[in-house]
Design a protein around this ligand. Sequence first.
Ligand code: SF4
Ligand code: SF4
Length: 501
Amino acid sequence: MSDPVSSEPVSSRLPTSSTQRIPVVNVSASGKIHVREQQGVFQKIRQHTNTLLIAIFFIIPFLNFNGRQAILLDVTEQQFFFFNITLWPQDFTVLAWVFMAAAFALFFVTVYWGRVWCGFLCPQTAWTAMFMWVEAKIEGNHHHRTALDNAPLSASKVGKRLSKHTAWAFIALVTGCGFMGYFMPARDLYIDIFTFSSGFWTGVWVWFFALCTYLNAGWMREMMCLHCCPYSRFQAVMFDSNTKTVSYDAARGENRGPRKRNKRGTDIDKVVKLEGLGDCVDCHLCVDVCPTGIDIRNGLQYECINCGACVDACNQTMEKFGYQPNLISFTSENALEKGQKPSIWSVKALGYASALLVMLVLIVMDLNSRTDIQLNVIRDRQSLYRVINSQPDNEVIENSYLLKIRNKTQQAAFYNISIAYDNVSAYEFEIETETLVLIKAAEQLEYPLTVTNVMRDNLGMTAGNARDELTFLITEVNSAAEIDSQKPLNQVSQESRFFRP
Ligand code: SF4
Ligand code: SF4
């Protein structure tokens, strides 16, 4: 019924704040909400996305690439392996861009789809759903669980509670392993934890995250969304009148009121119209299925995680009464009040899309400017120079350096060390040490190096400077035979100085 019969304005017939709530029936004496199980289109989508995300979370640490874990944030070695890319602490700006891009992507989606992240993709929601599924399997549906909560202590109650908490603890422990599997080799981790042979700190972290999972998904559930999650507090600033949120069509639903189930066009339907009733039959299902215990008929509330359970519940009721679906639906303010089709392109959406684009460009630029070699040249701090030959016409001076060369790739590689300098100098420079080095994958070589200068034969050049600028070049070569190749695989350089008396 889209045209309420009552002459009273709809807004004046509605509760105006979320505090005016119908008491929730599926709440036990202890105050715990036992959410009614709900089937429907959105619940199916949620089940599929949650299952997929949980599966991805556990599978990723088991993926291998080139004989090693494909994705690993190795804290002890300070390296992040992502397939064939190895990021070192100095490369972590790219991770910062990635996180910022993810945030702007989320904001962009939120402008149009509201809190779709909370309802369908958030790990808190996914793990809570898994824990609730286990709870329902062991303790029964919401009626049974409420009754069990209120029942006095008995062998059956203790047995059910013990089974539930054991199952929860097991899932929480596996989750702790799954999470830490991103930071240490996953295959060994599970074995070590379940055979109680892990190292002390590994055990501490796994059990810590297991405890967090157990408390969050088992006990806190919606309290996390309501009181701890910062996103639930500030997401409303991204909303505009085109944002799709779960909304109750008050103009169509009010006045709410119970009635006999009936088909449209019959006498009972006329009675309903005469009584000024809207399509809401006040069955309370939308409240019973709500994981945060709110009544969406009170309007948009920050507690709503956009899970769509009330949409499915209400559509089920509408079908039973022969009414049109979507009395509660994912819709926008503009669509509800003005009948306008929501547009994805608002000023906010364009702003977030532009910021996302900038972040993506920065990621590509950052990845392209990365080199697979890291070089740090440190001069010998003990002595500026050593005089090997002090004859004025054949002066030979020696300087020492320490080269720190890091192979940032995942394969061993040969590197050639060379120096470049100003050709108008009166001196020539030579490296006295071996210039071809082999460095293992992801290792740093600390290589002491001596450079000497000798007078050029051509004394017409500039002479007498107390120092010269030198540039150290590190070139990756496939083998010793390729040192003179015109196409070096990779090259880095760093400037330093050569001192003489
Ligand atoms: S489920 Fe629909 S019909 Fe039932 S109370 Fe909620 S809004 Fe009204
Ligand atoms: S009001 Fe509806 S969409 Fe929002 S949290 Fe409750 S059941 Fe989910």
